[in-house]
Design a protein around this ligand. Sequence first.
Ligand code: SAM
Length: 261
Amino acid sequence: MTDTAAQKTVSFGYDTVTPDEKVDRVKGVFRSVASKYDLMNDLMSGGVHRLWKHDTMNRLNPQPGERHLDVAGGTGELARGFLKRADAAGKRRGDARQATAIVCDINDAMLDAGRARSDNEQWGDRLDWVCADGSSLPYPDRSFDAVTVSFGIRNFADRIAGLKEFRRVLKPGGRLAILEFSHMTAPLLQQAYDTYSFNIIPPMGALVAGDRESYQYLIESIRRFPDQDTFKAEIEDAGFAKVSVTNFSGGIAALHFGWAV
Ligand code: SAM
């Protein structure tokens, strides 16, 4: 690390830390919650995160034969969704080419939890699991037709490096879909959302996953993440065109979608 990089700091929830410390602490968070991760998502959102992911897939429109990279893919829900959608599109059109997907995550424990879930789905070598940092991807330029990141980019120590990597590994005309917690568009609902977030989620994390701190980090990191327009500008700066923003549930989450040019 250079001197300048060593002096740089980033947020870890409401704490200010070095990038290396953020990487370590984020790894600790997801190692701790991995086995209860899917269950907690359903409990915290009342299952609504599945609708947001469903809409993300609608926008992505997976096609037979495509290569998909799910960065910070965790337990691989988006990657499996991509393969199912691509197969369905192929079946409708009589196109037998098989799409493939890679779940790339910095955390082995999350990948292991995802692999265990996928074992009985028989995706074979169409679904691969790779442990790597999304801001330094182990793939050549122009390798993928679609890159997705859901609820992952907020945790990156260097988000801008990540966006540049997504641009690098996408083929020209490839699609980027980033689903992330965002900022509410209706200020009147903010109070209710804050009350729910700060009073319910950490105790729920303690009860279900035995880990209050990780869920405290979750809600703090959401508030530290840039708003929709700021993040859109970062994606454009990384080289994406026609970047659009779709708010879900009043901005609790937002889908940023762009094209590699
Ligand atoms: N994408 C999955 C989903 O939507 O359910 C998992 C999201 S989970 C909230 C965030 C994931 O990002 C964790 O699995 C974590 O290990 C991963 N992650 C955090 N920083 C990362 C990085 N720099 N590179 C790759 N994965 C990262």
